[in-house]
Design a protein around this ligand. Sequence first.
Ligand code: SF4
Length: 338
Amino acid sequence: MIDVLENKSRSDADFVTRKPLPPERLDALSRDILTRKKELNAIILAHNYQVPEIQDVADFVGDSLGLSQQAAKTNADVIVFCGVHFMAETAKILNPNKIVILPDKDAGCSLEESCPAPKLKALQDTNPNFYTVTYINCSAEVKALSDVICTSGNAVKIVNAAPKDRDLLFVPDENLGAWVMEQTGRPMTLWRGSCYAHVEFTHAGIVRIRQEFPEAPLVAHPECVKAVRMLADEVCSTEKMVDFCKRSPAKAIIIATEAGMIHRLRKECPDKRFIPAPVANCRCNECKFMKMNTLEKLYDCMVNLEPRIELSEEIIRRARLPIERMLEISSKPLENAG
Ligand code: SF4
């Protein structure tokens, strides 16, 4: 493995304190957002980790794969992307002629930060036989250096489809990469990046919550460390978590991913209890970047059409190829994926 950049650790100061909106303000803002959406012929896409009130006004709520697929096929003139910056960039790459806006342009990602394009290029230059499989949580410049993009929902399929005669380089999430190696049996060089929020789940914390709820199965995101993944009944993307929870006969399920997922799960499976896996001394696990978006900022960005994603034609052209390769492989049946 390559030690490229240390991940930032999380402190209490990182957390965004949110006060719930008064119900009448929440209703009025939500109505105004939907009116503005019609005026703009816009589509609102929201990631599963967004705050509940944003999920509730979105046209589509999903994981990175689902959101990319929606972005690729939309007829809207304006894409309002409620997620983090790299996700809105992906929508722009797929829709260069559309306006793509997001509520807060500073909503970043620890994985994106861990992998600057010049450092990736320097590593790629050490081995011309590298085939770079890049998790979608990265900048447009890093996408432009990649052979294929993947999400947590399709990473196994994408790696299985990678050319057999190439040396695989997986960036930037070493935990997702390690899990994909376990699933596929393909050795890969792993970039040493991680999601600062998912690595907060610990083996000890998960053991404790499992003892407290012995009947509840545990579902974990592959961005969690191996010591946590090995205690899970299912390791999967957030979208597949929805399927798992719908199918499971269990009345209560422990969820080891970002806390915003619980809102989606409660809506999709109202008869089940969802228990957020604990981190440190509490039971919440929020991504400070995802939580930078608020309903007020969403409304403001739709009024001002700012902040807006702007990328050079050159970056769009080069970054689009590996994303389209991913979407093509993802849409194929498993046996034909290669
Ligand atoms: S949850 Fe982790 S991977 Fe997702 S945006 Fe936040 S820091 Fe990045």
